[in-house]
Design a protein around this ligand. Structure first.
Ligand code: NI
Length: 266
């Protein structure tokens, strides 16, 4: 599959659970102006569905690994991949270190894992295949009480966790403050964990994000409204060489993860 086709599939799937993304895009720019800074994925660190198993599909499309990040408290590891074409979004993939969770959470994730069909992650279509398992609402809540990330992956599976608008590419906006102001004016809720803007000019990256919308998800017992995906906005500054910084800021990314957390991000 070509890069554009893959991101088009991911975008359509993302819109199903992130209906705000389209109207926000229209608020910020004309469609031909949209450049995605990065697209993010989440997974469990288990054989065949690790971060690297997802990344393999992007490497086949010309991406290369760049930096790695650790989020100790959230028990996450992440890496990002860069493509030589600057108009192609960076890919940020994180994974949950399942073996650091409680035995109860490990047992629930183990039950999900057992339901994954053999060879599931072999084809790039797995990246937008959703959830390859059934989960009960009770198990979802148990995971939620321990790791918001674990619960999100359990409920939503394989899809873009967020798309990120490159604010640098917007013609009508020069600052992230201005973007945030328009979003708030139009009634969108922002992730305020660590303040509405994460990062700074000195860190060469500023980021903000909407709070994940609540969507109806099928559980074994019933349907429930739970937080889904969010939309992110990134403004990059030049590094010492004069090129826009392409990496991420660990402390900011840590707060961005909270965009799907209805308790921490309010
Ligand atoms: Ni992001």
């Amino acid at each position: 599959m070509k890069i554009d086709a893959l991101f088009a599939k991911l975008w359509l799937q993302y819109l199903e659970v992130t209906p705000c993304a389209k109207p926000i895009q229209q608020l910020l720019c004309d469609e031909d102006e949209i450049i995605n800074d990065h697209v993010a994925f989440r997974t469990y660190a288990l054989p065949d569905i690790r971060l690297e198993d997802l990344a393999r599909h992007f490497i086949a499309l010309g991406y290369r690994y760049k930096d790695e990040y650790q989020f100790k408290l959230k028990k996450l590891r992440a890496r990002y991949l860069l493509h030589p074409d600057p108009h192609v979004p960076k890919v940020f993939i994180s994974e949950l270190k399942v073996d650091e969770l409680s035995s109860g959470a490990q047992r629930i994730i183990g039950q999900l894992y057992q339901q994954i069909p053999a060879g599931f992650m072999k084809d790039s279509s797995a990246l937008y295949s959703g959830r390859p398992w059934r989960i009960s609402y009770q198990d979802y809540q148990m995971l939620l009480s321990e790791s918001e990330y674990a619960a999100w992956v359990a409920a939503f599976g394989y899809r873009a966790n967020h798309f990120t608008v490159s604010v640098n590419a917007l013609k009508r906006f020069n600052t992230l403050e201005d973007v945030n102001e328009v979003l708030i004016e139009h009634g969108y809720q922002l992730n305020r964990s660590g303040g509405p803007i994460k990062g700074s000019r000195s860190e060469m990256l500023e980021q903000s994000a909407t709070l994940a919308e609540h969507v109806c998800v099928d559980f074994v017992e019933q349907k429930e409204l739970i937080p889904s995906c969010f939309y992110e906005f990134a403004l990059r500054y030049p590094d010492a060489s004069g090129q826009l910084y392409q990496g991420f800021v660990e402390a900011s990314a840590d707060k961005i993860f909270d965009s799907t957390n209805m308790r921490a991000a309010g």
